[in-house]
Design a protein around this ligand. Structure first.
Ligand SMILES: [Zn+2]
Length: 421
């Protein structure tokens, strides 16, 4: 059974309570001072000021957070929890040395190592106020770890293969993986596909993954335009990826001469850019690329601290927002981030981005990008009670952006408590 315990069940087994906070921050409407939320069976049933709610529902148990902001849990749009054990083991500053360290570390791990690493990562997510994850898994172990943790997620099964001849075998294998994880599935943990990146996936494999995703109505998450070297590799077939990475990763025999296109335009020719697609990183993008994302309704998972760790550059977040591209936030993995504290990601955004927008990017935007915008990401009647309570001593509820994970008092998914302190 998943972790978490339920508060205040009545004799029919329906869990019911009023959660009160110094502030309730619904995200999609103004903050409510001394707010209250009526939760029944994991779903938000009413929302108003706390006194009126208690008067209207006098028999309900009340959980009071006197000094806390109660808000939606964070939606971490891009993670690889299976890499959590690699914290401090991969060199930052250069993408190429980093990915070579990552490959080396990965080769030394067996299936039980991956599962333990995933479990550790899931625990860190919960402790940092994340209630929903867009997680990429190469080993499929994160699916089990997330299910056990009580978190909500979409797990994207990763495929890699630059050799065109291998595409059919990889797709057959993917079908089996989908069958296997579906058997262990729950409504709370959805599935998606992740063709890794333009420099590790062949055109044919991209096309097959796009076809499979569209047939099965699955979302796609892809690493896109993370480095300038990736752009040079796709456009001209030159640069460090062509010279070093292919050889290091054992793909020395693959011929690649470049396509004269940006990475985004190339993926569009493969059918990858579509409404349910999330482009991760998206650092080196022209205005045309950004407009293409908007035209195809692709969302962006912005990972400010991972980008800084790897020294890949700054993503054009302001342009994404100006052009109407939906942007959520991701921690990426502990292989490319010092620690998992979701507040750090909000703080790492460009100083010109106002606090309320940071919070939207950390919650509802990520939910919408994962196709869960009608279920989570804000405090609204009918949505799941995926909530956190965070101690904030100032008079401005948006100062929650200045908090750290140590200020979190409660983490709840669907009314079930996963963490409290
Ligand atoms: Zn990633």
């Amino acid at each position: 059974m998943p972790a978490g315990y339920l508060l205040y069940a009545d004799n029919k087994g329906v869990v019911s309570l009023i959660l009160r906070g110094r502030w309730v921050l619904p995200v999609t409407r103004d903050p409510i001072p001394d707010g209250g939320i009526l939760i029944k069976d994991g779903v938000i049933c009413a929302l108003s000021d706390g006194d009126s709610l208690e008067k209207k529902y006098p028999d309900e148990e009340v959980l009071l957070f006197e000094n806390e902001v109660v808000m939606p849990g964070f939606v971490n749009l891009h993670a690889h929890i299976e890499y959590s054990v690699m914290q401090g083991k991969c060199r930052g500053g250069s993408f190429l040395s980093w990915i070579q360290d990552l490959i080396k570390e990965a080769r030394s791990m067996n299936e039980s190592d991956w599962l333990e690493s995933s479990r550790y990562g899931a625990r860190l997510m919960v402790e940092s106020g994340v209630t929903c994850l867009g997680d990429i898994s190469k080993t499929d172990t994160s699916f089990q770890a997330i299910y056990e943790s009580g978190l909500r997620a979409v797990v994207f099964l990763e495929v890699i293969g630059l050799d065109e001849m291998e595409a059919d075998r990889i797709i057959d294998d993917l079908r089996l993986r989908l069958l296997k994880v579906k058997d262990r599935g729950s409504e709370r943990v959805g599935l998606g596909l992740s063709p890794h990146a333009p420099y590790t996936v062949s055109k044919r494999l991209f096309e097959e993954v796009a076809r499979t995703a569209h047939q099965r109505k699955l979302p796609i998450m892809v690493h896109l335009s993370e480095t300038a070297d990736e752009e040079a590799f796709v456009r001209e077939g030159k640069g460090l990826f062509a010279d070093i990475f292919k050889k290091a990763a054992g793909w020395g025999n693959v011929s690649w001469n470049g396509l004269g296109l940006s990475a985004a335009m190339y993926l569009d020719t493969c059918g990858i850019l579509a409404e349910k697609t999330i482009a991760t990183h998206a650092v080196h993008m022209s205005k045309e690329d950004i407009r293409l994302l908007r035209a195809r309704d692709v969302s962006v998972a912005h990972c400010p601290r991972s980008n800084a760790f790897l020294g890949v550059g700054k993503a054009p977040v302001k342009t994404f927002l100006d052009e109407g591209v939906l942007v959520g936030l991701g921690t990426d993995s502990l292989a490319s981030n010092d620690q998992i504290d979701f507040f750090d990601e909000m703080r790492a955004l460009d100083p010109s981005i106002p606090l309320d927008l940071r919070i939207r990017m950390a919650t509802i935007n990520g939910a919408r990008a994962l196709g869960l915008g009608d279920k989570i990401g804000s405090i609204e009647v009918g949505k799941y009670a995926d909530l956190i309570a965070v101690t904030v001593l100032s008079d401005d509820p948006y100062d929650v952006c200045l908090a750290t994970k140590d200020d979190i008092c409660l983490v709840m998914v669907e009314g079930s408590v996963l963490h409290e302190s």
